[in-house]
Design a protein around this ligand. Structure first.
Ligand code: 26Q
Length: 806
């Protein structure tokens, strides 16, 4: 039941009066936001309860998506859109002289994730609900999300993200669903009857896990699923053990902060405890719910429950499920193992060796002793079973426990029935290289699920000008069915449509230009090409290659100012992990180059660099609709998929890319003529590894352009980077350019020149842009989660209440 404008206004007035004893006219944006938020929550409360009851009454199999990160950003407009209220509320508020966008700006981003992996989890939560799939998220309610980034003298500084200050309107604390989690201490097995052992815990610490639930509202379907995030507390029974402030703090710190590491940092005790904490709480709560509500024998659990392990961070799901089935439900090892493998599935998100998670045996024993015992037994039985079938070395290489460490990817693969990569190329590389040994052992477990994005958010919500043109051109069905974007292909030669799309883009660029001016004081022209690279700062993503090209352009303009060129604005958004020194050096260099170039009167507005602080979901929503060029320039084979590439394409940006991750599939979707591909292929990269014959120094010495660009880092051309410039230079020349920037430099420059030429012919450019939008539908996360549901989780869409009543 949706509200009409009149009832909505009345509701809003009434709530405002109840909450704040205020009239609409006198309310601040804060007060309006909180009032509107509670009104929306009340709108879906009933559907939330109904969804939950329906799963139980139909005994539906449900999937639980375990992820140590979720990155939803803001939820106000997304909830309004999915409830079918967005346009109505916008109008109603406008009639009251209130701008919805200003109200929405009050909301703090929920940034409980680092980047791609966490954002993907949130896109999936939206799509799972929107596709009528019974699925829930399980994670950690960090008190502080990913750090806030500021630049001081061009350096990154990190500030805490106090997202809960002022309260979180979307969550519900469910004290009654709290569970206990035991960590530390010692565990030994005591014989309770002949041949039957039970673990005895000594000196374990008991943690109280309290869940906070947030409704995941489906699009136009009355489905509201649950995202359950756990927060740690001191159990009442243990209060007297925690009398010192210090002791309390230490315990409460467990869910205080998200680890700000996009794959670099490893080996911290708190991190491992976090992993066990949300895994154990989540699995206990699933089993409790199953027994209480489904009332089925535990032996049938795998018919009703599917658990997804999002990267290896929740890999302890495997031994924890074993523990509960054996220690608490009295199943045999064999029964428990059979159920566990059927329930679990795992996604790998990286091929970077240093990101593969490992824990020392010692740490694992100290932190989660019962987990370690079970892992040891899984490992022992694995070796026992496999050694009859495969050579000794293969068995040794694939063991879970090797050389003093527990390999979490091995545990995830061995303990689940499905392992998938996140783009075709990535999944192929897993099979052929990274996880080849496992592919030999379990060929049937491997599959691909190309990532997707929540397209309604990344088009309808963030890009209203474009959405309007789409409605006028192809009707509104694309809003529900992204494949209908294809209809746009009929208009590739229609000048009217091309012009309207161009005008929409121009309006978005102007809006971004206004924001950039107010946020940074830098004036940029919407006439220029907006060239965008937005993602975590990582050597393999090669923001530095982008900078090298910018320096080249700068030097060209200085040398030949008279040549006509396209104006360019290079826009960056990127956070570096606080401990990632090299990434921070790159940030400093980009900022100093920006300062130099933006203030050089000889350059005027031919070239501008804007490095926006604190890249997050909300900033992405401002940048993406305004982008002309999408930079996806990782070294081939290194980016598992990428997802900003999909969002940018959907918004009509032209991709400039290596054949890496999902870029390959974007090329397949739009055709070679509508994308700019450059650089080494993944095979060529592997060739270099094999032959070990790459010489960056040779390129530097033989290529005068590269020579001049690199010298700018050490000869004072770029000021204030005495140390940083040297470090960059050395990483490329002394340390032989690990990510082949210099090897790809020429072809990158050439692709950029082609882009310049193409942009000069506006109707040609607009046609490419249209073709990109038209073919973006296949990267909808709706389709991705449907594939997971059918192929991996084996969960069916629920029947709608409409069907039941009808
Ligand atoms: C691991 C151990 C200890 C501490 C932190 C971590 C850690 C944290 C975050 C490891 C990895 C991550 C995040 C990885 C990630 O975001 N990967 C990206 O996943 C996207 C969604 O599949 C892909 O599109 C990107 O290509 C991939 O880089």
């Amino acid at each position: 039941m949706t509200l009409d404008k009149k009832t909505f206004k009345k509701e809003l007035r009434q709530r405002l009066s109840e909450n704040y004893a205020m009239e609409i006219e006198d309310a601040s944006e804060q007060e309006l936001f909180y009032t509107l938020g509670t009104l929306i929550k009340a709108q879906y409360a009933e559907a939330w309860g109904n969804t939950w009851r329906r799963y139980i009454s139909k005994q539906q199999k449900q999937v639980y998506y375990f992820s140590i990160e979720f990155l939803p950003g803001r939820m106000l407009k997304s909830n309004l859109l999915n409830l079918g209220m967005l346009a109505m509320v916008r109008e109603a508020l406008a009639e009251l002289n209130i701008d919805l966008d200003k109200i929405a700006d009050v909301e703090k981003d929920m940034a409980l994730g680092n980047g791609g992996l966490g954002r993907l989890a949130s896109c999936f939560m939206d799509s799972i609900a929107s596709c009528n799939l019974p699925g829930n998220g399980n994670g950690i309610r960090y008190d502080y999300g990913l750090f806030k980034q500021r630049f001081v003298d061009g350096y990154q500084v990190e500030l805490p993200d106090e997202w809960l200050k002022g309260g979180n309107i979307w969550e519900i604390r469910r004290e009654s669903k709290a569970v206990d989690v035991r960590v530390g201490g010692h565990v030994y097995l005591a014989e309770v009857s002949k041949g039957h052992f039970k673990p005895v815990y000594e000196n374990a610490r008991v943690l109280r896990a309290v869940p906070y639930d947030t409704g995941m509202v489906g699009y136009d379907n009355d489905v509201v699923n649950t995202l359950r995030l756990w927060s740690v507390e001191i159990p009442a029974s243990e209060e007297d053990k925690y009398q010192s402030i210090h002791g309390r703090r230490e315990l409460e710190d467990l869910t205080a902060v998200l680890y700000p590491d996009d794959s670099n940092e490893q080996g911290r005790l708190t991190r491992l405890t976090q992993e066990y904490f949300f895994v154990s709480a989540g699995i206990q709560s699933i089993i409790r719910h199953y027994k209480k509500q489904y009332k089925k024998p535990i032996a049938q659990l795998s018919e009703y429950v599917s658990i997804h392990i999002n990267d290896t961070h929740p890999a302890l799901c495997v031994p924890e499920m074993m523990r509960i089935l054996m220690d608490e439900e009295d199943l045999s090892w064999e029964q428990a193992w059979d159920i566990t493998v059927k329930i679990m599935s795992y996604t790998n998100h990286t091929i970077m060796a240093e990101a593969l998670e490992k824990w020392s045996i010692d740490l694992m024993k100290r932190t989660v002793p019962r987990m370690y015992q079970i892992i040891e037994e899984i490992d022992r039985r694995y070796v026992e079973t496999i050694k009859a079938l495969h050579p000794y070395e293969l068995v040794e290489r694939t063991r879970i426990i090797r050389e003093g460490q527990v390999h979490m990817a091995h545990l995830s693969i061995i303990g689940s029935h499905s392992t998938n990569g996140v783009a075709k190329l990535h999944s192929d590389l897993l099979k052929a290289v990274v996880l080849h040994d496992f592919y030999v052992i379990y060929p049937d477990r491997f599959n691909n699920k190309t990532n997707g994005v929540a397209q309604r958010r990344w088009s309808q919500i963030v890009n209203r000008p474009m959405s309007k043109v789409l409605d006028e051109t192809i009707g509104k069905t694309w809003r529900k069915n992204p494949d209908d974007l294809k209809l746009l292909m009929n208009y590739q030669a229609d000048d009217k449509v091309l012009t309207k799309l161009a005008e929409a883009k121009k309006a978005n660029k102007q809006a971004l230009a206004d924001y950039v001016l107010s946020a940074t004081g830098i004036a940029i022209s919407s006439e220029a090409i907006f060239d965008v690279q937005i993602k975590r700062l990582h050597a393999y993503k090669r923001q530095l290659l982008n900078l090298l090209h910018i320096i080249k352009l700068y030097q060209d303009i200085k040398e030949n100012p008279q040549i006509e060129r396209q104006k360019r604005v290079f826009i960056f958004g990127a956070k570096a992990a606080p401990s990632y020194h090299y990434a921070k050096v790159i940030i400093k260099c980009i900022n100093e180059a920006a300062h130099l170039i933006n203030n050089d009167p000889a350059i005027h507005d031919q070239l501008k660099i804007v490095f926006l602080e604190n890249y997050n979901v909300t900033l992405a929503e401002k940048i993406i609709p305004a982008a002309d060029v999408s930079e996806q320039i990782s070294l081939a084979s290194k980016e598992a998929s990428g997802t900003s590439n999909m969002k940018l394409m959907l918004n009509g940006a032209i991709t400039l890319a290596t054949l890496d991750g999902a870029n390959v599939e974007i090329r397949d979707a739009v055709g070679d003529e509508n994308i700019y591909i450059f650089g080494l292929t993944e095979q060529e990269v592997y060739q270099y590894y094999q032959n070990q014959d790459y010489s960056a120094r040779q390129l530097y010495e033989e290529n005068p352009i590269i020579h001049r660009v690199l010298n700018a880092f050490i000869d004072g051309t770029i000021p204030n980077i005495e140390y940083e410039g040297r470090e960059i230079f050395d990483s490329l020349i002394q340390y032989n350019d690990e990510y082949f920037l210099l090897r790809d430099f020429d072809s990158y420059v050439e692709a950029q020149q082609q882009i310049d030429h193409a942009y000069a012919d506006q109707s040609f450019w607009q046609k490419m842009s249209l073709i990109n939008i038209a073919n973006a539908g296949r990267f909808s996360s709706d389709e991705t989660v449907r594939r997971y549901a059918e192929d991996i989780w084996k969960v069916d869409p629920i029947r709608l209440p409409v069907d039941e009543e009808g």
